[in-house]
Design a protein around this ligand. Structure first.
Ligand code: PLP
Length: 452
């Protein structure tokens, strides 16, 4: 949903003064919007006893945001790496507040996930049952149906996806886990991405409940929960219809009622949405550096694909763009087709191709919508383009810096600030201070903002 009228009203008139204070570019997140979406989400599922959302940390891994989601909305966290686990635990989450859904998991990740109060461990492969250093009481498996009913160009078709257990492996997985000491059980799937149809989400629940029924019949195991994953769409284009959350929740109640009638018990339902919760409540604010006429017309801004990968990475995606002047007024005038581009030496570095904009001038602000999930977190440093700052528009209207921009010092730290080591395979290793010269005063002070 291109930014809400309320977010636009609270942000756009102040864009210039915020840019003067913090510099550009920045991702700006809207606390009010996130809270509204979160409350609406919880309310939609209030008919489902024990329902819980485990926010997908990878969507917006910022401690300040995660703290809001945990403290104000009661969300748990869906983590898939040790760094994400560390963030969740730093905020006081542990045990059943965390689902750990890794794939191609390492021994170290198992250790980390089981230590420090543990988590709900979600195993992605049958071999992991034996590889786990110890079997926790509560265990979950990720299921891959292998059918072509799910998936799309972003997540891929289930049959060619690297995730989850094959259908014929499921009963063995639960039987072996129980033999190793597991006593409580869950079942998980994540098989769609940016899914618009609520019936598709209901079909995932139905599929999981069928698998539960099979396992229960074969083993007597009763499932404590099913986790239908995330992957719910937001409307990136103006006028697009939003996902019908309440209709999905109502179907979920019916499916769980039917399951209970047939099997005599009722699993809880969990979800792990990222995009739906925070996606629409973030924007990337950039400043126009150059207006250029080549074989096409270009508006060059001070952010690049490294600050927001989605438009350049996936064909057919769209992120809405608004251009405002220093007064926060949307530009007007005859429309012309332009590409909005960054500075990477890579031609996919475009936020938009052939979009119609009124005449844009240097120092106008180009606001790119829907960056509140899988935006900053997918960023990278290719070409020495450093990751941008993140700001939070608080409910009282103040603006809080919640992650600073990276500096040249940050970029060089892993090459300069470490104990260097030289290893000769036949002759052992020697240690010394970093072999590269320490930074000179001019690089050490490397500016932390790309403009002022
Ligand atoms: C990425 C991911 C999610 C969140 O996806 P959204 O599209 O942001 O809802 C949830 N679960 C798993 C396992 C994921 O990999």
């Amino acid at each position: 949903m291109p930014m809400s009228a309320s977010f636009a009203q609270r942000l756009l008139p102040h864009v210039h003064s915020i840019a003067q204070e913090f510099g550009t570019p920045f991702h700006m997140y809207d606390e009010l919007g996130i809270l509204e979406s979160g409350h609406e989400f919880n309310a939609a599922f209030s008919g489902l006893d024990g329902f819980r959302e485990f926010y997908a940390v990878k969507a917006l891994p910022n401690l300040r945001i995660l703290e809001i989601l945990r403290n104000e909305l009661g969300f748990g966290f869906d983590c898939s790496s040790t760094a994400e686990l560390a963030m969740a635990r730093q905020l006081g989450a542990s045990g059943e507040d965390i689902m750990f859904t890794s794939n191609n998991t390492s021994a170290d990740e198992y250790e980390q996930s089981l230590d420090h109060g543990g988590c709900i461990l979600n195993l992605d492969d049958l071999t992991f049952v034996r590889k786990l250093p110890r079997m926790p009481e509560l265990i979950c498996f990720r299921y891959n149906p292998g059918t072509s009913n799910f998936g799309n160009s972003i997540i891929g078709a289930p049959r060619s996806a690297k995730f989850g257990l094959r259908h014929d492996q499921v009963i063995a997985a639960y039987t072996e886990a129980r033999a190793r000491g597991a006593r409580r059980f869950g079942l998980h799937a994540m098989v769609v991405s940016n899914e618009r149809r609520h019936r598709r989400m209901a079909a995932i629940l139905q599929m999981l409940l069928e698998v539960c029924g099979e396992v229960t019949a074969a083993t007597g195991i009763r499932f404590e929960f099913v986790n239908v994953g995330g992957g719910i769409a937001i409307a990136y284009r103006p006028g697009e219809r939003p996902f019908k959350l309440q209709a999905f929740a109502d179907l979920a109640v019916q499916l769980l009622d039917a399951f209970e009638r047939e099997h005599g018990y009722r699993p809880k339902m969990y979800m792990e949405c990222g995009r739906l919760i925070t996606g629409p409540h973030g924007v990337l604010v950039t400043r126009v550096l150059n207006v250029m006429s080549k074989y096409r017309s270009y508006v060059g801004v001070d952010a690049s694909m490294s600050d927001l990968m989605r438009p350049g990475m996936y064909r057919s995606t769209y992120n809405h763009i608004t251009v405002v002047d220093r007064a926060g007024q949307e530009l007007r005038g005859p429309l012309g087709a332009v590409d909005v581009v960054g500075s990477l030496c890579e031609n996919r570095d475009k936020f938009a191709t052939d979009i119609l904009l009124p005449p844009v001038r240097e120092n106008d602000y180009v606001v790119i919508h829907d960056t509140g999930a899988h935006g900053h977190s997918m960023g990278f440093q290719y070409n020495g383009r450093l990751r941008p700052q993140e700001l939070l528009l608080r409910r009282d209207g103040s603006v809080e810096l919640i992650r600073r921009s990276e500096t040249v010092d940050d970029y060089l730290r892993t090459q300069l600030d470490f104990e260097s080591r030289r290893f000769t395979p036949a002759g052992g290793s020697q240690r010394s201070r970093s072999i590269v010269a320490a930074p000179t005063a001019s690089t050490a002070s490397g500016s932390n903002s790309r403009s002022s």
